[in-house]
Design a protein around this ligand. Sequence first.
Ligand SMILES: [Zn+2]
Length: 570
Amino acid sequence: MSDRILTAATVITMDPDRPRAAAVAVSSGRITAVGSLEECRAAAPGAEVIDTGAAALLPGLIEPHSHPLMSGVATEPPARNITPFQVPKWSDVEKVFAAAIAQTDADTPLLFSGFDALLHQRPAPKAPELDGIFGDRIAIVADNSGHGVYFNTALMKTKGWDVNPPADPPGAHFGRNPDGSLDGQGFETGVLIAVVGDILTTLGNPLLAGAQYYATMARAGLTSTSDMAFDLNLRGGYEALAAAPSCPLRVSMWEVSTSNTYTEPATFAPGDDWLIKQGVKLWTDGSPWVGNIGISFPYLGTPTTQMAGIDPAKAGGPQSMNYTRAELDAILDRAAPAGWQMALHANGDLAIDLALDAYEAALHRHDLVGTDHRWRLEHLGAGTRRHFDRAAKLGVHTSMGPFQYYYWGDLLDGQIFDREHGSRWQSFGDAAASGAVVSFHNDGSVSPPSPMLNIQTAVTRRTRSGAVHGADQTMTLHQALRAHTIDAARTLHRDTLVGSITVGKLADFTELATDPYAVDPTTLADRAVARGTWLSGERIDLDAFLAAVGGSDGTAHAHLAQRAGQPGCC
Ligand SMILES: [Zn+2]
């Protein structure tokens, strides 16, 4: 590849040694000079100069917690997206249903992904309601939480469930009528696989659905991400996407601790720059929107929680933990000696305490205190200053989800929880003040990839409606930009490769339509739009990427479609 020099109206490096520049020189996929055009020309004589036309060129944006492959299978075509982020009202969801019926053959099963009782403001549908809409067409509606699935009688008939209702799979259950017949609802993985299963393996190429989600992330300006629920069944899909021309994402893998192989090394083609196994993922609690997070304070009994099927007498509390402390200790004791970087899902305050207690003890047991271990906490919805201070002291990184506050914030404050706890949800200010390393994520497919909206939310504390709750919980624009660039790279343990525009790093860049420091922060997501991305010094061509994957044979990846109703939560 020839040497080249990229220019833009300004280059924002996120490198404190040289925060701004006018040009970047690139050779063999790496950054060789950063500075004025003259300085880059002197460093790279004869290099082609390319004016990107960008108002600001940034290091390629990074999302350190996602599930890009399965998010595609769950939400991109042939699945139809009804998430409240794209389809906010139930009346609009009904229009998506009608369009799907009109546009497809009568024998094509229909999968809709992204129902959310809280944001669609209605209870989850059961079979009689879906029968009224879809008649004899097979129809499946997957919950956005990844915990529920809703289906009609036509689906039950193809499986014989209308005559012989199946028993509940381990750890999962069907909704049932008083006579034991299925009511058209099901919950947790075992049921999700049983419902979606073979229905979708005949539809489309799941690899193309994954590629479409890669493209969605790239259009948001992202260049590096992770899969926080990796298992070996996904390896072939990831390798095929990485090998496609103009692949727009580098992906770091955290293998789920429920797999048999989580302590074992895994290698990938085409190599560590593109795909790498980095750590092991485990969970303390679940999702705030389902009622299974570990909290010391109650869910409120309101029409909102009732609609979401959350019973305040049963929801929250220590019973929401997925693991006992002893179980967490056993996993940490297996993975820590192998050097894996741990990542622990924790939303509620009790769950974060449990995670920090387990981490602190394991770091001592394995002589890792004071080392560069970078063990991680994920989401931290109810995290307080005390939690972030503890994390900072232990060297534990914190990856937060501003989207939780942006989309659900108005409900959290006073309808789901009391003001004291709900208004402080996603305490960006406390996180920044603690000195802990903070990164941001959208946790696809839980919310759509939108790094600039995450940054806007952390800086302004405005929800989707424009309301502000917990006004003191903001961080600065620079802190928030770090959370999607250099600090996200540190959390992925990739900061020697990506995260800033620094000589020696991979030439990954994001072009923005405006300088984010020059606009009203409440307009960041609308104005600092990503215009394109570069990886290894090459401009990403999403049309070429999608065409190549679309033309490939997806047969070897058909098994991915069986998990389509189960997005990579959480
Ligand atoms: Zn996740």
